[in-house]
Design a protein around this ligand. Structure first.
Ligand code: CP
Length: 503
C-alpha cells in the first residue's frame, strides 16, 4: 500500500514515520521548484490528471496553493470556489455533489466544508482520493503537513519542542490538527493559551496528555514566552460563534507584539495559518518582516507539501506506508455479548412485577428510566406486545435502583441485542421458556455503535445531524465502557447521550 493512496482526511491516518516521509518528499519537491527543475517536479506531465476543488467555505491559501500545486505537477483543475453559482445553492447534498466528480472520473477531490466529518463522509462515498481542506472546526490535515514542514525547517526536529497555541482553540481546526500531530512525537510541551470561551476542547487536551505531552493552560499569551520554540497564533473566528456574547468575550485575547518578540529565544518562530483579521489582528503588522515571523514562508510551504500529497494520492509518486496509524477502523462484532451461567432461583416473595409465566424476555439491570425508551425502540406498541416496564428497587440490593422491561412471547434478534447494549450497557437479558430462564446474557457497550435508528451525535456541527439533511448514518466507536467517539466529527460523548434527545 502506498501512502495517501486514498487521499488524506484525518491526521490520525498517518504514523509519525509516514509524516516524516511525506515531509522529506515535499522537501525534494521544494528544492526542485527553487531550481526550476521542471522534469523533477512536473510529475503528471502527459498523464491528463484532473484535480477537483470543492470549496463550500471561503479560502485564499488552501485553494490557491492546492491549485498551484496541481498546476506545477502538470494536472488540470476544475470545481468551484464557493457554493454560490454551484448547485449546492439549489439544495444539492454533499453526497450527490461528490457522486458527480466521481462520475467525471477526477483523479483527486479537494474538499473544504463547514460541517465536521464532511471529508470523511466524502471519502467513504467515492473511490477518488479525497483531501480534507478543512472540515468545520474539526481538522485541517494538509495545513498541518505544511506547519510541520515549517517547524522542521526552523528547528530540524518535531520532538522536544515547546509550542504555544494561541487564539481560537475552540473552533480552530488548524490548532486541533497540529496539536494531534505533534503529540505523536516525544518530549513536546504544549501551552494552550486562550480566553476561557475559546479554550482547547477537553477531548484534545486529554488525548495529548494521554500521549505524554506536558500541557499548560492559561489566558495570558505572554506567559512562559521565553521558553517557547514556536508560537502558533490563530484568528478569532467570529463566523463560527453561535452568538455575539461569545465573540465579545473572545475579543479580549489580544495580539502578539514586537515587545513580546524581543523576549523570545534566538531560534523562536512565530507562526499563523492565516488569514489575520485586520479588524482584530492576532499579530501586529510591524512583525510581518521580522526574521522570526515564519507565517509567509509557512503559507508558501503549502505548495510543495500539497504537491507531495497530490502526487502520492494520484500515483504520480509512491512511498510505502511505513508505520501504524493511530486510528484504525474498528469493525462491528458481537464482542458486546457474554453468556452467563444460569443459577436456578426459587420464585421471589414480595415482587410486585408479575413474572413471565410462559415464554418471553426479561431485560434487567437497565439504566434507571431507560426502560420506556427501550420499549419504544423495540416497538412493543406497534407489535402489540404484552409488556411491563418500570424503574424499580432491587429486591436483593435495596440500595440499587434499576430499569426492567419484560416482554411476553418475544425473543430478541442480534440487532435488537445490539440496540439494548447501546441504550443501556450493563443490561442483562434473560430468555424465558416454560417459565424458566434458558439463556442469560450480559451486555456491554458494543465496540461500534452503528446502523441504529434514532441515535444522534450531540455535536450540532456534525455531518450526521438530521438538520443538515445530508443523510449520513451515525457511527460511534467505543473508548471505554461509558464513553464513545463519533466516527465522523470525533466528538466524545457519554453512552447515555446516544439517545439523550429522546429521554
Ligand atoms: N490557512 C488557511 O486555511 O487559509 P485559507 O482559509 O485562506 O485557505
Amino acid at each position: 500500500m502506498s501512502l495517501l493512496k486514498n487521499g488524506f482526511v484525518d491526521i490520525h491516518h498517518l504514523s509519525t514515520e509516514d509524516m516524516l516521509e511525506i515531509l522529506k518528499f515535499a522537501g525534494r519537491l521544494k528544492d526542485a521548484l527553487e531550481r526550476r527543475d521542471v522534469p523533477a517536479y512536473q510529475l503528471a506531465a502527459g498523464r491528463d490528471a484532473l484535480v477537483a476543488q470543492l470549496f463550500y467555505e471561503s479560502s485564499t491559501r488552501t485553494r490557491a496553493s492546492f491549485e498551484i500545486a496541481a498546476l506545477r505537477l502538470g494536472c488540470r483543475v476544475t470545481g468551484f470556489g464557493s457554493t454560490e453559482g454551484s448547485s449546492v445553492s439549489k439544495g444539492e447534498s454533499l453526497s450527490h455533489t461528490i457522486d458527480m466528480f466521481d462520475a467525471y472520473a477526477c483523479d483527486a477531490i479537494v474538499l473544504r466544508h463547514p460541517l465536521d466529518g464532511a471529508a470523511l463522509w466524502a471519502s467513504e462515498r467515492t473511490k477518488v482520493p479525497v483531501f480534507n481542506a478543512g472540515d468545520g472546526k474539526r481538522q485541517h490535515p494538509t495545513q498541518t503537513i505544511l506547519d510541520l514542514f515549517t517547524i522542521l525547517e526552523r528547528h530540524g526536529r518535531l520532538d522536544n519542542l515547546t509550542v504555544v497555541f494561541s487564539g481560537d482553540l475552540k473552533y480552530g481546526r488548524t490548532t486541533h490538527t497540529l496539536a494531534l500531530a505533534l503529540s505523536q512525537f516525544p518530549g513536546n510541551t504544549f501551552h494552550f493559551c486562550a480566553p476561557s470561551v475559546l479554550a482547547m476542547p477537553r477531548a484534545i487536551t486529554q488525548l495529548v496528555r494521554g500521549r505524554g505531552v506536558t500541557v499548560l493552560e492559561s489566558e495570558n499569551m505572554a506567559e512562559g514566552l521565553e521558553r517557547a520554540d514556536i508560537f502558533y497564533q490563530t484568528r478569532i473566528q467570529r463566523e463560527r460563534m453561535p452568538d455575539q456574547n461569545e465573540f465579545e468575550k473572545a475579543k479580549k485575547s489580544g495580539a502578539f507584539t514586537l515587545a513580546m518578540m524581543e523576549r523570545t529565544k534566538p531560534m523562536f518562530g512565530l507562526m499563523h495559518p492565516l488569514p489575520i483579521d485586520k479588524r482584530l489582528p492576532g499579530i501586529l503588522p510591524e512583525l510581518d518582516a521580522h526574521p522570526k515571523s515564519l507565517y509567509k514562508r509557512q503559507a508558501g510551504n503549502g505548495v510543495p507539501t500539497r504537491m507531495a500529497q497530490l502526487a502520492l494520492a494520484m500515483g504520480l509518486a509512491e512511498l510505502p506506508v511505513s508505520g501504524r496509524p493511530v486510528h484504525q477502523a474498528v469493525e462491528p462484532g458481537d464482542d458486546f455479548v457474554s453468556r452467563l451461567e444460569i443459577t436456578p432461583k426459587p420464585p421471589r416473595e414480595g415482587v410486585s412485577i408479575r413474572p413471565i409465566r410462559d415464554r418471553g424476555v426479561v431485560i434487567d439491570h437497565l439504566r434507571p428510566h431507560s426502560e420506556s425508551l427501550l420499549a419504544m425502540l423495540l416497538r412493543v406498541k406497534e407489535r402489540k406486545d404484552v409488556y411491563r416496564a418500570g424503574t424499580v428497587r432491587s429486591v436483593s440490593r435495596p440500595d440499587h435502583v434499576k430499569g426492567i422491561l419484560m416482554i411476553e412471547d418475544r425473543v430478541l434478534t442480534p440487532a435488537e441485542l445490539r440496540l439494548v447494549a447501546s441504550v443501556s450497557p450493563g443490561a442483562r437479558v434473560n430468555r424465558i421458556e416454560d417459565a424458566r430462564v434458558v439463556e442469560k446474557l450480559a451486555l456491554s457497550l458494543p465496540a461500534v455503535v452503528s446502523g441504529l435508528d434514532h441515535v444522534m451525535c450531540p455535536n450540532t456541527g456534525c455531518i450526521t445531524r438530521p438538520e443538515h439533511q445530508e443523510h449520513v448514518p451515525c457511527r460511534f466507536e467505543k473508548l471505554d465502557e461509558g464513553t464513545l467517539r463519533c466516527g465522523y466529527c470525533d466528538h466524545i460523548l457519554e453512552a447515555s447521550e446516544l439517545f439523550g434527545h429522546l429521554y
